[in-house]
Each structure stands twice: as C-alpha cells, then as structure tokens.
Design a protein. Structure first.
Length: 92
C-alpha cells in the first residue's frame, strides 16, 4: 500500500499495518468530533510518525498513485473537520 504524507513524500506500507493505522485514524475522528485539539494533534502526529517509522520511503522521482493521502502535521482542527469525519481516511 502506498501512503502519501502531504509535504513529506510517499511511503510503501505493509497491509499488515493497516489495522494499527485505522485505530489511530479512528481516534483522530473521535478527537475532531469532540473538538479536542490537543488529542487531535497528538494522534495525527502518531499517525504520521508510525507511517514514517514503519514504512519504506519511495524515491521522490518515482511517481506512484497513492492509496491514502495523509494531511500534513500542521493541519488545523477546523481543516480536519472536513477530512476526519465518518470513517476517516481509512475505511473500517
């Protein structure tokens, strides 16, 4: 699976990691719904760091369609309301 982190590139991530990422994604949705900015920022940072730590960065010269696009770490809570609603970025 290819995941793009906006402004940081693309990463090849094992599908076995998808459940862990989905769990974090669901926590982000909950924090956004509760208007909990601190929790939202913490979990978004966790999502991004998990992808970067456990994924393999792709060569920036290589153009590959992304399966999931993760917003940048500086996303505001207001912006997140449009992205992290319903099931979030990752389908359950």
């Amino acid at each position: 699976m290819i995941i793009r982190i906006m402004g940081e590139g693309q990463f090849l991530v094992s599908s076995s990691l998808l459940d862990d990422l989905n769990e974090i994604d669901n926590m982000i949705v909950d924090h956004v719904a509760k208007n909990d900015e601190a929790g939202f920022k913490r979990e978004l940072s966790s999502l991004i760091s998990t992808i970067k730590e456990k994924g393999e960065p792709l060569d920036p010269k290589e153009i590959v369609e992304s399966d999931i696009i993760v917003p940048p770490a500086d996303l505001t809570l207001h912006e997140a309301e449009r992205i992290f609603s319903g099931c979030g970025l990752i389908e359950d």
